[in-house]
Design a protein around this ligand. Structure first.
Ligand code: GAP
Length: 454
């Protein structure tokens, strides 16, 4: 359907990310490493802003959630207990002619999509990366790179409970790297072999899980909206009984309309008491909770919203991407929510001459302590506006010759292209108010609207 297509294609996003320093292929000077990506100066800021927004909303603003940062390498028994050693597999088929490998559920028929050769019968391929702990490469030293961050949460359940004395319901949240030896990768940072997850394990009394499942689903839809993602670009997909993961009794995915179509951005699963029970069994330590109300030990159930940071970066880039016309010229603009934009403001002296440069540098240095800014004095101011629009900078501060006399600057807003004149002493306060979402045309004392320019 026509309205089911994203308004930007993947090539445009990949090329913008490469050109402006958001995302580069990993080890590019050696020809890149398949499905691994490096975040450049702007991508690192964007990604950090996204993770900070999540941590703020999920951990810091809530009494009932605490944070954790557990290690990537864990005791190998963790993956026996969690079921990953046996169940974390995809069906793999291999072409008997060109030896290319595919996920069996992603090819139709029995012919190789690459060369038309005959495909082998499917076999189960475990997606966990293996490595060795210590100086001896032997079976006893095998450890795995975690394929999901949440197991670090389950094995620390008792530590967190004892040290924080949280009462049910409560959650443990974590952001960190996960690794999966995916058979097929692709679509830029959508499916890679090394990625980051933001996971919340929310522990509840048995029987209360269905209610909390609905609660977290709604919280996440609201949170995505607060980041500026359009609601019409999100939809829900309930897993059928035959596709549920080995630990889940209910899973709903939030899909985003990516350039390649509707795909999973985040999953919410009802993991019941599967993980705590399994780790209790395999470690010999009972992982339970003493319920003061009923005076009983119970194994809490868990609701898990899990979102991939890289997928969210991609969704935010696609959702922010826009093209419009400024002063008769087309421009590319990333309409990031200001809280996510890599730079909040760009400081632009009209000319490279002193004393304009000194005034602009002083303003930039003063702002930098509190607001992430950039400084640009190369080429015409129109071209500099375009460059900032393309990386999503919400405000440009222009210092012109009149600024030397009246000690005022022009602040131009990315989306409306409105411009106001503001006293130097009021820049910080004005930007802070605007970044907090106050109306653009509320002027500081001594300020004036000076029009709308590209
Ligand atoms: N602990 C549950 C869990 O890991 P999942 O649905 O396998 O569930 C959660 O993964 C999220 O992690 C996904 O919704 C997706 O955003 C992200 N994710 C999973 N595999 C990924 C990959 N290969 N590349 C990038 N992100 C991935």
């Amino acid at each position: 359907m026509a309205d089911e297509k994203a308004k930007v294609d993947m090539e445009t996003i990949v090329s913008l990310c490469r050109r402006r320093g958001f995302i580069f292929p990993s080890s590019e000077i050696y020809g890149g490493l398949n499905s691994c990506w490096d975040y450049g100066p702007l991508g690192a800021e964007l990604k950090k802003n996204i993770k900070d927004a999540w941590w703020q909303a999920i951990v810091r603003e809530r009494d009932d959630v605490v944070g954790l940062d557990s290690s990537i390498l864990m005791h190998p028994k963790v993956w026996e207990a969690s079921g990953h050693l046996v169940n974390f597999t995809d069906p793999l088929v291999e072409c008997k002619s060109c030896n290319q490998r595919f996920r069996a559920d992603q090819v139709e028929g029995t012919k190789c999509p690459n060369c038309g050769g005959e495909l082998s019968a499917p076999r189960q391929f475990n997606l966990m990366f293996k490595t060795f702990m210590g100086p001896v490469e032997e079976d006893a030293a095998v450890v795995y790179l975690r394929p999901e961050t949440c197991q670090g949460i389950f094995v620390n359940f008792e530590n967190v409970l004892n040290t924080t004395r949280k009462r049910l319901p409560f959650g443990i949240a974590q952001i960190g790297k996960a690794f999966r030896n995916e058979i097929t990768t692709g679509n830029f940072i959508f499916r890679s072999r090394e990625f980051e997850q933001m996971e919340l394990e929310y522990f509840v009394r048995p029987g209360e899980d269905a209610r909390w499942f609905d609660y977290w689903l709604e919280q996440y839809l609201n949170w995505f909206a607060s980041l500026g993602i359009k609601r019409e670009h999100l939809r829900l997909r309930e897993h059928g009984k035959d596709e549920l993961s080995h630990y889940s009794s209910r899973t709903v995915d939030i899909h985003y309309l990516f350039p390649m179509g509707w795909e999973e951005l985040q999953g919410i699963a009802n993991r019941g008491n599967f993980d705590l029970t399994q780790h209790g069994k395999y470690s010999g330590k009972e992982l339970s909770y003493f319920d003061e109300e009923t005076k009983e030990h119970i194994v809490p159930h868990v609701v898990e919203p899990s979102v991939g940071v890289d997928r969210l970066v991609l969704a935010i880039l696609c959702d922010a991407y826009d093209e419009d016309v400024a002063q008769g010229e087309s421009r590319v603009v990333l309409r990031f929510h200001p809280s996510l934009a890599p730079f909040k403001a760009a400081v632009l002296p009209l000319s490279k001459k002193e004393p304009l440069v000194k005034m602009a540098s002083d303003i930039n240095a003063g702002l930098r302590k509190n607001i992430m800014t950039t400084y640009d004095d190369a080429q015409s101011v129109g071209r500099r506006y375009r460059r900032q629009d393309e990386i999503g900078t919400p405000f440009c501060i222009t210092i012109d010759f009149q600024s030397l006399e009246d000690k005022q600057v022009t602040i131009r807003e990315r989306d409306s292209m409105n411009q106001i004149r503001v006293p130097v002493a009021e820049i910080q306060k004005t930007l802070t108010a605007k970044l907090a979402g106050e109306d653009f045309l509320i002027l500081p004392p001594g300020g004036a609207v000076v029009g709308k320019k590209g």
